[in-house]
Write a protein that binds this ligand. Structure first.
Ligand SMILES: [Zn+2]
Length: 440
């Protein structure tokens, strides 16, 4: 995780105007703003503007806006953490993350090697092992051999087979325990953590295995149908979104720099919504190995089953917009279907089509607010503005807040100054309602 301190350091060292001027010609208009043609949608008359004093940009044409980080994310096709690294490089700032990674690099890499070796071993056992139960399970779930290879699925037989295998490769008991693939039994012996399970490796941003999820073959024999790795020095559940990796062959070492045209995805039930992780192969062609790992654009698409449930879940998801540092988008699945129902009824291509047409989560939620109020009347617009401000209350301390004000202003055809001046009042009301006296 990049610290707030580092993030602020990078922001302070970056001039939005200079950054934009690298590719866009800007002209002053009025005495505060600079205007130019938007680099993110084709246009001939400028609707893109910057307020140098606040270091915020916004385009009235396509509705995009934000600060230096969102700007570079969009321009270079980067995720949020990648955008910080990009601008840190540009400003010659070394991030604490990189310094501490250098300090702990050896131990970290070693644990990743344990997970990679474990993943390879489990995968071989699934594909070619004597015990065919894993293969049968996959067959029953219509997971063919290609799919098993793509996801690097595995089979964990237990009986100390993994511990013996890792031992023969020179890994110490402590390393196996630290990577959470083994533990000490009561009598002090070293035991495989996973047994009789089909294994799903969990990857880090560089496509290296750092943890596992295991699905029990025989749920009568165990009380946990699913068993996941605990927190380890390389796997932090809260910080890193879990990913399954697609589009990769099984033979990848931890040192590998280049990555195949992979699509990472994960479906999960999240407070009534299903999320899909997508990382697209963007902006990679002319980059070296180091930037390559950073140059992946990341987004999460929420798949909501039904409109009403979707609205509720979307509103709850708003507060994660910046916590996850990821582009949050959504689609509504028809007739209360979950993704599996939908694919079975309509096929995978239709789902892909739906996902390609996802809309930003914020747009969806704002759109719903507008539907609830009649925004053709001043009273309706005032009501929609109030609801929108209540909605972004969790983001009130965000550096993006001004961008959200602009979005609301754009959508409702109101002056941004009016939104800004109402925000304080609405936020105070929400705060009082929540009985939260602690924060400003
Ligand atoms: Zn634009």
């Amino acid at each position: 995780m990049i610290s707030d301190e580092d993030k602020n350091k990078v922001r302070d060292a970056t001039d939005l105007v200079a950054l934009v001027q690298e590719t866009v010609e800007l002209k002053p208009r009025g005495n505060t703003d600079l205007w130019g043609c938007c680099p993110f949608h084709g246009e001939k008359t400028p609707s893109f503007h910057i307020i140098p004093a606040t270091q915020v940009w916004h385009c009235f044409g396509c509705g995009e806006g934000g600060d230096v980080f969102t700007y570079i994310m969009k321009r270079e096709g980067l995720s949020f953490p990648e955008s910080i690294r990009y601008l840190a490089d540009r400003a010659g700032i070394e991030l604490e993350e990189d310094r501490s990674f250098k300090r702990s690099g050896t131990k970290r890499n070693r644990l990743i090697e344990v997970c990679e070796e474990t993943s390879e071993f489990y995968h071989t056992l699934l594909m070619r092992g004597k015990d065919a139960r894993g293969r049968e399970y996959c067959k029953g779930r219509e997971l063919d051999a290609d799919t098993c290879r793509k996801y690097r699925l595995g089979f964990a037989p237990g009986h100390g087979m993994l511990v013996r295998h890792l031992g023969s490769k020179g890994f110490t008991p402590q390393e196996m325990i630290d990577a959470n693939v083994a533990f000490r039994s009561r009598n002090g012996g070293l035991v495989d953590r996973f047994f009789d399970r089909v294994m799903f490796p969990i990857m880090d941003e560089q496509g290296r295995c750092i943890a596992f999820g295991g699905r029990a073959l025989d749920k009568e024999k165990t009380n946990a149908k699913y068993l996941n790795s605990s927190e380890t020095p390389i796997f932090h559940k809260g910080q890193e979104p879990l990913r399954l990796q697609l589009g990769q062959g099984p033979h990848r070492g931890p040192q590998r720099g280049h990555r195949g045209g992979g699509l990472h995805q994960r479906h999960e039930l999240l407070e009534g919504g299903h999320r899909e992780h997508r990382r697209g192969p963007r902006h990679r062609a002319h980059r070296g190995p180091r930037q390559d790992a950073h140059a992946l654009h990341q987004k999460i698409i929420y798949m909501f089953d039904g409109d009403a449930a979707g609205q509720k879940a979307a509103r709850r998801a708003i507060q994660f917009i910046e916590k996850d540092d990821i582009d949050l988008r959504c689609v509504i699945l028809p007739d209360g279907q979950d993704p599996d129902d939908f694919v079975r009824a309509n096929g995978g291509d239709k789902l892909r089509e739906l996902l390609d047409n996802s809309i930003p989560l914020m747009d969806f939620v704002f759109g719903k607010l507008e539907e609830e109020s009649d925004i053709s009347t001043p009273g309706g617009r005032a009501k929609a503005m109030k609801s929108a401000l209540e909605l972004i209350y969790p983001l009130r301390a965000s550096y993006m807040i001004d961008g959200y004000y602009m979005q609301i202003a754009d959508r409702l055809g109101l002056d941004v100054e009016m939104i800004r001046s109402n925000a304080g009042k609405v936020f105070r009301e929400v705060q009082q309602r929540e009985g939260d006296q602690s924060s400003p």
